[in-house]
Ligand binder design. Structure first.
Ligand code: SAM
Length: 588
């Protein structure tokens, strides 16, 4: 029998043209041309439509391959006889030996066993939690992360949005040169996990869901590698004419210190497989196995201590960890929030049931051990779901919120309200949003998806009137309280879906000079985009945490009469594959 193991492969060389010059037709043809071997090929006995397609690798094969790109999830991409394999932890320019884990029709997954050739952009990571949680890019030098994020934005604008993008500026990202970023990042040999993924329902962001069944893989190589089409890549080529101008995509604005930047951690709780003891920390990538740890180098230091204390106290009182499979047990997650400026700490215990045994004792011990505690809450989530929080929250001790500042504006933040997790970069992002809004003091502004009114209050400093709309009721309560707290009277907030409330405002005769949108990952609702086009504001500012849905929505706005002027990527989530963008659109 033929030994299929330890076969050595080189890159298939199936590159198509430069990013942006592709077309759906070309991609389709290219996909057919790579990654599959046709059984019975050359026999002439089958019609083309009946050909059986077989991958050139099989599960459990060991292969050597060159890595030629990164997916939007930060996984290395290589080819074996033209067949695409995703290899977690591998970087472009590396040659690796890998064990094939899974083979699908057009692509497969492999686990890196050994690096035969290292990328010069690789940095050492010593912390064992490196491979867990959402820090997919920690092994890539920080300056390269910033370049990769910009290139990812460029790729989706070209591929999904069908936009022309201007050549990259020469030089470095704002504030710090890329070389300085790299040398800083290189000094950090230990690391951790957790990412923006913790902000979202896991089904949406968990690595194991990130490359959907049936995902099309394009052979289009940009300067950074290979593109994967995702759910937003549904643009009809025929409708997508070129814009007639080139969008400027600026270098990603990075952090001077890209560590310890998170103000919020959400740590899953479970039982140790062997001892049954309560553990908590991070999920191993693409699984629900928990690594027991208190430390993450991207979260605020106070969270490490809080997590250590919470686990110690709940273990002492015999609180039973939640078991996902049986849906039994009580404690599901520990959520911690800290005000970077105020150092106020909130701990939320997410439980599978209303009753918390030994509540008084647990609360007293936490208060004794954690001097900065301002709030202890219990959130009840009894559903079988990956969504972390349930609908019911009660305060066990202290206030129902903590306080923090962005710039000179004070915010009260309650347990369930959305609040940006990286306060340093949030200020950078919001300043950019205000700049793109181009306010003179005379404008009426709508802030759609306003959360606790953070952007609204920034905008209000320079606008005549601001209307904010948000779907979570507690967030709007926070927003109103925040406006009052800061003595800002010319803002008005409404609870509801932006796609329902804004059309009502239009009916009532409210006219906006500027509309700012900051939607969740799925992007803007089509009804909202229609309303925005009907309202015809002079400027639109689009803040987005998902470049794919951003590109899709920008195409609709561009076709509806807006020029997409500038895109500013901001690194809100260093060491993860996530990138935030602020976009300036102007009515043509
Ligand atoms: C990315 S966050 C932005 C929040 C805020 N702009 C900020 O910077 O803190 C998106 C917000 O949209 C809210 N949201 C989700 N779907 C919505 C909808 N259909 N209408 C209004 N708000 C929605 C979420 O609750 C969340 O607060």
């Amino acid at each position: 029998m033929k030994d299929r193991r330890s076969r050595k492969y080189k890159q298939g060389g199936q590159r198509s043209g430069r990013a942006g010059q592709d077309s759906r037709k070309k991609q389709g043809a290219a996909v057919e041309g790579i990654g599959v071997r046709q059984a019975g090929q050359g026999t002439g006995s089958r019609s083309a439509s009946k050909k059986v397609l077989t991958a050139p690798v099989q599960k459990n094969d060991q292969v050597e391959l060159e890595i030629i790109g990164l997916t939007h999830d930060g996984e290395g991409v290589g080819r074996v006889e033209g067949f695409t394999l995703f290899v977690q932890g591998a970087l472009p320019g590396e040659t690796v030996r890998a064990h094939v884990l899974k083979v699908k029709k057009q692509y497969g997954y492999a686990k890196m066993i050994e690096r035969l050739q290292n990328s010069p952009n690789r940095v050492d990571i010593e912390h064992p939690a490196h491979y867990y949680g959402g820090c997919q890019l920690q092994h890539l030098a920080y300056g390269e992360q910033l370049r990769w994020k910009r290139q990812h934005v460029v790729d989706v604008l070209e591929r999904i949005g069908k936009f022309e993008v201007a050549q990259e500026d020469e030089g470095a990202s704002e504030g710090l040169t890329l070389e300085e970023h790299d040398s800083f990042a290189g000094d950090h040999t230990s690391s951790s996990s957790d990412s923006e993924a913790a902000e979202k329902p896991e089904a949406e962001l968990d690595g194991k869901h990130s490359i959907a069944e049936g995902t099309v893989i394009s052979t289009q190589d940009s300067s950074r590698g290979v593109s994967i089409h995702d759910e937003a890549d549904n643009t009809d080529e025929d409708k997508c004419e070129k814009s007639g101008y080139a969008i400027k995509v600026h270098p990603t604005i990075g952090m001077d210190n890209p560590w310890r930047y998170r103000n919020k951690s959400q740590m899953p709780i479970g039982a140790d497989d062997k001892t049954g003891e309560l553990i908590g920390g991070y999920y191993v990538k693409a699984s629900h196995r928990i690594i027991d740890t208190d430390v993450s180098l991207i979260q605020h230091e106070m969270h490490d201590e809080a997590m250590r204390v919470v686990k110690q106290v709940v273990r002492k009182y015999g609180i039973i960890p939640y078991d996902e499979e049986s849906h039994h047990g009580l404690l599901r997650h520990v959520i911690m929030r800290v005000g970077f400026r105020t150092k106020e700490l909130m701990v939320v215990l997410v439980t599978n049931g209303d009753k918390l045994p030994y509540q008084t004792e647990i609360v007293n011990e936490l208060v004794q051990a954690l001097p900065n505690l301002k709030s202890i809450c219990q959130n009840v989530n009894t559903k079988r779901t990956n969504v972390i929080m349930g609908d019911k929250t009660r305060v066990l001790w202290g206030e129902e919120y903590i306080t923090d500042y962005i710039g000179d504006i004070e915010f009260k933040i309650s347990a369930r309200s959305f609040y940006q997790v990286n306060p340093v970069q949030t200020e950078v992002l919001y300043d950019k949003a205000v700049e793109y809004a181009g306010l003179t003091g005379e404008e009426t502004v709508i802030d759609a998806y306003c959360g606790i009114g953070t952007i609204s209050l920034f905008l209000a400093k320079k606008a005549k009137r601001v209307y904010g709309v948000e779907i979570v009721e507690e967030a709007i309560q926070d927003a109103r309280r925040n406006a009052e707290l800061n003595g800002i009277e010319h803002v008005e907030f409404a609870v509801g879906a932006a796609e329902v409330v804004i059309p009502q405002w239009k009916e009532q005769g409210i006219e906006a000079d500027v509309i700012v949108v900051d939607p969740p990952r799925k992007g803007c609702d089509p009804a909202l985009l229609d309303t925005m086009l009907a309202m015809r504001p002079e400027r639109i500012v689009y803040v987005s945490c998902n470049p794919s849905t951003l590109a899709r929505d920008l195409r609709i706005l561009a076709d509806g009469g807006y020029a997409v002027k500038e895109v500013q990527p901001v690194d809100m989530f260093p060491h993860t594959s996530h990138v935030e963008c602020c976009v300036s659109l102007v009515r043509k």
